[in-house]
Design a protein around this ligand. Sequence first.
Ligand code: GAP
Length: 455
Amino acid sequence: MSEPQPKTDPARMEKIVSLCKRRGFVFQSSEIYGGLNGCWDYGPMGVELKRNLKDYWWRVMVRERDDVVGMDGSILMNRAVWKASGHEETFTDPMVDCRVCKARLRADQLPEKDGVPFCSVCGSRDLTEARAFNLMFMTYVGATQDESSKAYLRPETAQAIFVQFKNVLETSRKKLPFGIAQIGKAFRNEINPRNFTFRSREFEQMELEYFCAPSQGRELLEYWLQQRLSFYEAIGLPREKLHVHEIPATERAFYSQGTYDIEFEFPFGIQELEGVAYRTDYDLTQHTKASGKALDYFDEESKQRFVPHVVEPSAGVDRTALALICSAYDEETVTDEKGKSETRIVLRFHPRIAPVKVGIFPLLKNNEQLVAKAREITALLRPHMMTFYDESGAIGRRYRRQDEIGTPFGITVDFETLGEKGDELKDTVTLRHRDSMKQERVAIKDLLGLILPQL
Ligand code: GAP
């Protein structure tokens, strides 16, 4: 029996998309020219969110481990890479055309009525046969445009890791098992980009290729699945909204000996965030055959030479950022001291990934001393975290603006800070917590010690 699916919530998604634009998370690419389908620009808040996400991934996947090193491969690579990897031949989606409205649609995502597929744009059932459509963007390298200068924008970052396996192994002097990690752009000419940034034509991946002896592959697949689930929890995605889908043998790539999809409950349904795949020795073997260069490993202990197997956790930056925003979005009714109720929109980000960590507010903008003190606190915190200084509008409005971008802490400098109510409160500020809206009095000298451990 299949599990009941959580309801989709298009109205919630609409509000999230609108907030993303209003508060500078995500804009349509080339918007003033009508946009470019499947491409997005990240604004001041979005870029901080993505950076925090990538930095945390790099920290736990590379810097905090002895067995993983990083690399940064080029986006354009020799076309031979994509022939050997199988992408040129088989990296396709099935596509159909609607004969009535001419829409091009993914054959495997067509809506159906009574078992008959129909066009999702005009409703017609007059569709062509499905045919394979290659998702790689093609370009030419150099001044001539012919077969010999053809190249592709990479559709995944992984292949750069495989083809540099020997160089990285030799220069880093690692022993199996060890991994190579990379974060970077990937491009796919998706037939139907959709669900906001979820399925884009230009996106970023965070990939680890973890090389091991053949006997370790199965166990490491389970290990990496658990590591990756812990990662998502550590950035604030609740475990109950994460799902693990084991891909049945009949549906996974022929060379894979096990694949899990880590999925998240988006407002538009349960969808994939990351794939964790045991790819055996397929990739290194393919490149060895095609290049004639051995991509193998000599094990000093057993004195054996073999082609390493690989376990690959492959995550999407944009999808995870979207999951973080969807998960964080909340609305609640709050009532002020005068009994007036209003809806508070708040992004309940984990402080670790929140774009701005602390908002700093002088109570009044036309009081030099308050402003100077607030500026001083900004200078104190800035080297350690992203701050936002805001002196305009009523303090309640300033708090709300920070709530909407998910800033976990607010610091208000008032007359007590200046010592006007006695020495006891001098050089203390109000520290406001975003989620509870509780406020406490904290000495300026204690601020760093209080906030930093939570980031
Ligand atoms: N190297 C393996 C690989 O690329 P994939 O499942 O095709 O595997 C990995 O992609 C991850 O990249 C996905 O789980 C997803 O997070 C992200 N991704 C793939 N296609 C995407 C797209 N069109 N838009 C946004 N993210 C995408």
